[in-house]
Design a protein around this ligand. Structure first.
Ligand SMILES: Cc1ncc(COP(=O)(O)O)c(C=O)c1O
Length: 358
């Protein structure tokens, strides 16, 4: 029997989440962001599942777009980092990709492409996140200078720094500043990621770029938000061994967990080489036989150890849920001092993704 460590990808939940987020913005168009292997879910899997509801997809880099083309995905693909080298302009054209250009060097590369093989581009504006984008004071001049590179498909885009926090006023500041310059340019705009689509209705516009919410991520700091987002990935493994240890015995590397009473320890076939975070502390919950059990000892490369003293009849082969419908990925992320985005995207290639419909 092969190792039972798998990421189950719930197709119906992906479809539900995308549709629910898109329905918040009926006058916008919505695209699924499938960068970083669709946040660890498998970009080809996800693009196939969503291709009838998401008329475009977004990736970070051109290689991710080409992988989708190789798998037969035909929808236009937005490349969020634009071109990294001049040759990527041609690659974008050949693969029906739209490059989001954020600096003048990229537009100069595009200018060098023969006119009949130039991809469409979006322009990105830095409205305050200070990561990528033309300065707001420059964008009008840039749009004028490179007018010949823009087309009916051009969109002016920006990205928020704090959209998951409903109380953060900086989102409003970014939006107002962006609108002032975008209005003058007269192109459609794209601003909202999935948290902004949920939390800031005024940010929904021509194209919303839906990422983590599609993947069951936390999109809001408010409990009042009226949208149900389902978990899309169950990370599961199985029990490899069960042993009883005496009070005072330590478990795992560094003996960071010590039994305070006679205890039963189950060893589970998943470790940090699979993407289960090594930073998870003692006490991180998992689910076995319908009950919560708790991490006991450091996460190793291929295994973890859990305290199952309170659970009867735990046996070799029993299924263990690391996160999913019973233990939320957000809860595990908190135990690892990180966010759900990181947990999803770090599931390694060693873990098979199994797509399941209801
Ligand atoms: C430019 C851009 N747009 C949209 C997204 C999607 O954001 P989210 O996953 O928060 O919905 C990302 C993700 O990081 C991004 O970098």
């Amino acid at each position: 029997m092969s190792r039972q460590t798998q990421a189950i990808i719930h197709a119906d939940a992906l479809l539900h989440n995308f549709k629910a987020l898109a329905a918040l913005a009926p006058t916008s168009q919505s695209m699924a962001v499938v960068k970083a292997d669709a946040y660890g879910h498998g970009a080809v899997n996800v693009a196939r599942i969503l291709q009838h509801v998401s008329s475009r997809f977004a990736v970070a880099i051109i290689e991710e777009a080409i992988a989708l083309r190789d798998a037969g995905i035909t929808a236009p693909i937005i490349v969020l980092e634009g071109a990294h080298q001049v040759k990527e302009c041609k690659m974008a054209y050949q693969n029906n990709c739209i490059l989001v250009m954020h600096c003048q060097e990229q537009l100069d590369w595009l200018d060098k492409c023969p006119e009949d093989s130039r991809p469409h581009v979006w322009l990105k504006v830095d409205s305050g996140m200070h990561r990528l984008g033309f300065a707001m004071s420059d964008i009008e001049a840039i749009a004028k200078k490179y007018r010949h590179l823009l087309s009916e498909q051009t969109v002016i885009a920006t990205h928020f720094a704090c959209a998951d926090d409903v109380d953060n006023r900086f989102t409003g500041t970014q939006l107002r500043a962006f609108k002032q310059v975008a209005d003058k340019l007269g192109f459609p705009t794209s601003v909202a990621n999935s948290p902004a689509t949920v939390n800031f209705p005024e940010s929904r516009n021509a194209w919303n770029r839906l990422g983590v919410g599609v993947y069951g991520g936390a999109v809001s700091t408010s409990n009042d938000v009226d949208i149900e987002i389902y978990s899309t990935m169950t990370l599961r493994s199985s029990v490899l061994a069960v042993r009883n240890i005496a009070a005072g015995e330590g478990v795992g590397y560094g003996q960071t967990w010590v039994a305070d009473k006679p205890s039963k320890i189950a060893t589970v076939g998943i470790g940090y080489a699979d993407g289960y975070p090594r930073h998870c502390k003692n006490g991180t919950p998992v689910m076995v036989r319908g009950k919560r059990a708790y991490l006991a000892g450091r996460v190793s490369m291929d295994m973890i150890t859990i305290d199952v003293t309170h659970i009867d009849n735990v046996n070799v082969g029993d299924e263990v849920e690391l996160w999913g419908q019973n233990v939320s990925i957000q809860e595990v992320a908190a135990w690892a001092d990180t966010i759900d985005y990181e947990l999803m995207t770090r599931i390694s290639q060693r873990v098979p993704r199994i797509v399941k419909y209801l």
